[in-house]
Unconditional design. Sequence first.
Lengths: 260, 342
Amino acid sequence: MTVSRLPVDPQGVYALWVRDVTRFVRTPSQVVGALLTPLLFLVFLGTGFSGAAIPGIPEGVDYLQYIVPGIVGFTLLFGASFAGLAILADRDVGFLKEILVAPVSRTSIVLGRVAGGSTTALVQSLLILLLSVPLGFEVRRPLLAPLALVVLGLLAVTFVGFGIALASQFRDSQGFGILVQFAILPLFFLSGALYPLDQLPAAVRYLGLLNPLTYGVDALRGVLVGTSTYPLAVDFGALVVGAVVMVAAGAALFERVEAA
Amino acid sequence: MAAISVDGLRREFGDTVAVDDLSFAVEEGELFGLLGPNGAGKSTLIGMCCTLVRPTAGTAAVNGHDIRTERDAVRGSIGVVFQEPALDEELTGVENLVFHARLYGLPRARRRERVAEVLELVDLADVAGDTVDTYSGGMKRRLEIARGFLHEPAVLFLDEPTLGLDAGTRRDTWDYIRALNDRGVTVVMTTHYMEEADALCDRVAIVDGGSVVALDSPARLKAGLGGDVVAVGTVGDTAALADHLRGVGWVTGVEVTTDGLSVTVDDGARRVADVVRLADEAGVTVTSVDRRAPSLETVFLDLTGREVRTGGDSGLAEPAAVGGPGDEGWGAPGASSPDGGK
């Protein structure tokens, strides 16, 4: 048996990705379940506040148009949090040992998980984007739409990396589940997904500037709706940095996970 | 070269010493057993040999690779079947195997070949396309054994491979383990079932309190007790017969029991007839004969002064041990402790 000397083992990464995708496709109830909350936000906030004058929203942009990128980002956050949970669920049922005893580097395992988790989160967020169209969302700049995929991909990688880094610190899925519940909403509210960040007190606003979701939502708005707070280059730069930092953190922290 | 050589291996968990300065070697091609009660340190020892648990002191070489400094090389050369199930139940049998084959870097063609081969070997080809959650406990265990062997490891570790299986399934599992060993794989298995170690293993290390208290073939371990016991029921002058037998060279011990004699002899199978003949010559009528070979159970008792808990009661005796008599081995989260819960 030859042992890979590379820090990354492509076949191992692929194996983990296939597994995640297979499980995702096989459990439609989970896919639908993960879409329900974002869909509720979209329908009730998007229609309820439709036509309302929300301070800070650019002229001529309907509230639904404004929040669809935010809700899509939220869906991604929601979906990505499951990747961290998946590591702990694997530990709960003993499958983590099967992965850890294999001759693949920890980095490969993290990359495989990032690939799998990002793919499923990406599919979920795209489904929400598609569902928003019959609700009245219009893509103003169709030619830039492919860029939205890039934004969503970067966001997915960032938050799956974050989820893995966080999950590495927990021994069981229950404690992690509670923490994630607590973490998701502040990340969502501090991202400019539902209202512009300038409306928040200064201290909180700075927190929002540290949130990768802020740049993701802003970039999505720029690409899909044609209005953004920051230049797209800034958004993309922040997203790339966030993705790299989070995956590196995930890999570093997962390195220390013991099988027990 | 020894398949495994363990050198002063030690692991502490807090104040507890799970494995206490162990040294021994496993030869290539051997079916080697680690026998001992729950909490003796067997699982911790296996955990260290497959690089999942880091030793506090000492080291071991597996297939010539050091478990501390060459972890990747060790992992590439071994197969492991853990005490707790480690299957993805949402995937099918084949999908579990393919996942494994990819992690171990098997090329596509070889992968297909091997997956079909091992499924055939453990008689799961018919259900290979079903998700694992539809499998019985025995089928899951067979799939895990097949998976451990899939990438043709030089050494296969089996941690309590028959825990929680019923008697029939357990015997079938023994056959699969033998079949693997016959193909040249060195097998190291832990068990707390005496009869399992006796039936399967070429050599057995009896582990107690983190130390190896004896290491030899089951036959020699039993022979160390002084031989078989022949119990004869007698009518007549039993005391005179006892005196006579004590003077015979191949008799190592004689005890008078309520209904006759208990005679310890070198080679029970051959000596039963002699015991009966001597009784006859002494004018004593033999009403019953019972030969009892010493078991590993009596060996363990002799070595440690305690009995090993056997049978299907492990789940009750050890809260952290997975399962119990049932097939469903998903234990409490605590069960994932590497030492099987010491």
